[in-house]
Design a protein around this ligand. Structure first.
Ligand SMILES: C[S@@+](CC[C@H](N)C(=O)[O-])C[C@H]1O[C@@H](n2cnc3c(N)ncnc32)[C@H](O)[C@@H]1O
Ligand SMILES: [Zn+2]
Length: 284
């Protein structure tokens, strides 16, 4: 897949359908157009905006910038390794897989996972979806091996039963869409925070304790053969990294960094559960 020029491989284009009329896209130069002539332009950096309205929310440019910088420094490498190893174990390297990240944000975690698959020779078609234009814009500037889409995870412009793997990392889920999009032997890999995730920051800013109980039980109800693995480690941070961690999370959106700076720890705990489950057949 090569963008800017702009071409998306036929294989990836075949995975999409028009978000308005659900027919296939047929053309691809600087735009794609469906069988009923609904047209969507590629941006300069090569992403597609398939949302009519852009939302305004807590995930802004500053948050994504901080997130990108700290993730590039390996903040989530324990999670990325576990996910890429899980995919490599499940998928034989001779077959190209289709992999979708739902709520990919600025895309660095997804890109790092794909980098590990590439290194091991596993070919893939990759699509990253987020409803934040800022996030997708940033993602598309750094990784051109992925088709980045501004879209809502509740209404994904991708054909039924087309995905081998769906990733859903620290983002909201939509199991109707996940199940519609997965092939019959497809798998969802969802990462959820645990109670100790960024606990130093939570305590310093007097945030309530977090429980993932409901999120985990929803996952187990909506998947088959569900497994979970806890990933827990601590990172020692420089002052600069400490400020990046503060700014990369929506937890601190209403809190002033300068006011809190002296009470913030130079240790950050990453504590998550990686949930893995297979597609649940409709009649179960
Ligand atoms: C905490 S961020 C995680 C981003 C990325 N997976 C990561 O871990 O760096 C949550 C993301 O979910 C996205 N999001 C929330 N609701 C969404 C929806 N309905 N459709 C698509 N993306 C959504 C947000 O825009 C945000 O980028
Ligand atoms: Zn259409």
């Amino acid at each position: 897949m090569k963008k800017n020029s702009i071409t998306v491989s036929d294989e990836v284009l075949c995975l999409l359908h028009c978000p308005i009329c659900k027919t296939r896209f047929t053309n691809c130069t600087k735009y794609i157009t469906c069988e009923r002539n609904h047209t969507f332009d590629f941006s300069k950096s090569g992403y597609l905006n398939l949302l009519k309205k852009n939302k305004k929310d807590i995930y802004d440019k500053a948050l994504f910038n901080a997130r990108k910088q700290i993730i590039e420094k390996g903040f989530f490498e324990g999670i990325e390794q576990l996910i890429s190893n899980t995919i490599l174990k499940r998928c034989p390297s001779s077959e190209r897989i289709s992999i979708l990240d739902m709520g990919c944000g600025e895309g660095t975690i997804f890109s790092n996972i794909l980098g590990a698959l590439k290194q091991k020779g596993l070919p893939y078609n990759a699509i990253g979806i987020d409803n934040s234009k800022e996030g997708i814009m940033s993602a598309s500037r750094s990784d051109m091996s992925v088709l980045w889409l501004v879209s809502d995870i509740a209404k994904v412009p991708i054909t039924d039963r087309s995905m081998d793997i769906i990733l859903n990392t620290l983002s909201p889920a939509n199991y109707n869409e996940f199940n519609r999009l997965l092939k019959s032997d497809g798998m969802i890999i969802k990462t959820v925070p645990n109670k100790e995730y960024l606990i130093e920051l939570r305590q310093a800013t007097h945030l309530n304790e977090y429980s993932n109980k409901e999120v985990v039980s929803l996952f187990s109800e909506n998947t088959l053969n569900y497994k979970s693995v806890r990933v827990n480690y601590q990172k020692k941070m420089s002052d600069k990294e400490r400020s990046l961690v503060f700014k990369m999370t929506p937890l601190t959106q209403k809190i002033d960094f300068k006011e809190q700076e002296s009470s913030l720890s130079n240790i950050a705990t990453v504590d998550v559960t990686v949930l893995m489950g297979e597609k649940k057949p409709l009649h179960l």
